[in-house]
Design a protein around this ligand. Structure first.
Ligand SMILES: Cc1cc2nc3c(=O)[nH]c(=O)nc-3n(C[C@H](O)[C@H](O)[C@H](O)COP(=O)(O)O)c2cc1C
Length: 189
């Protein structure tokens, strides 16, 4: 098939979305939305991710070296979109309705409405020019009990409905168009 050459981009390469939970220096929870998240192997499964530029999430992780990664589902999308579009430097960012709990193993804020939550400890912080790559140990996976049922993986995935993104567009697990970045948050009062 004929190809064209383009500048670096990852359009048409959908990624799973996570909300990273951290505490700020006063102990207040902050959540930001992230998709540059994948996995590594080092005797056991680990996580790698990248945070570009300056963000409260990055500042908090640099200080405490721990955070939670909460899988974003369709139910969570409006707040996830909001948490990805509003900077932690806005003092009112976290004044929205969220069911926030605590990790089981690490002192990290978690979203009780997310069905799969990683509790992560950063083992390597790789400073680049305008971004930081983090390699993380998975200290715990908090998973909804219902995901231990005998249903097929396909049925469970369609039930929890994780959201993917590419090209500034949100997509359902089954490929449905869930709107452009900045749209789902408009449904929040
Ligand atoms: C769909 C979506 C995905 C995002 N993924 C990333 C990412 O992988 N890495 C990153 O550095 N920023 C990412 N962002 C931007 C952050 O979510 C955004 O800067 C947010 O305001 C950070 O919140 P904080 O300042 O509370 O840390 C993403 C934003 C959106 C809307």
């Amino acid at each position: 098939m004929a190809k064209i050459s383009l500048k670096p981009n990852n359009d048409y390469c959908p990624q799973t979305l996570f909300l990273y939970g951290t505490y700020d220096e006063k102990g207040n929870p902050d959540f930001g939305l992230f998709c540059w998240f994948s996995y590594i192997w080092d005797k056991e499964l680990g996580v790698m991710c990248c945070i570009g530029g300056n963000k409260l999430t990055k500042e908090n992780i640099k200080r405490d070296r721990i955070f939670s990664a909460n899988l974003v589902t369709e139910d969570l999308l409006p707040v996830a979109d909001y948490l990805g579009c509003v900077s932690g430097s806005n003092p009112d960012k976290m004044k929205i309705s969220l069911d926030i709990g605590k990790g089981s193993v690490l002192n990290v804020p978690v979203l009780n409405d997310s069905p799969v939550i990683f509790e992560l400890e950063v083992t390597d912080f790789i400073n680049k020019n305008d971004g930081d790559v983090m390699l993380c140990k998975i200290k715990n996976v908090l998973q909804d009990e219902s995901l231990s049922s005998d249903e097929t993986v396909v049925k469970k995935l369609s039930r929890i409905a994780p959201v993917k993104t590419t090209a500034k567009t949100y997509l359902g697990y089954d490929g449905r168009d869930l709107g452009q970045w900045g749209e789902p948050m408009k449904s929040i009062n």
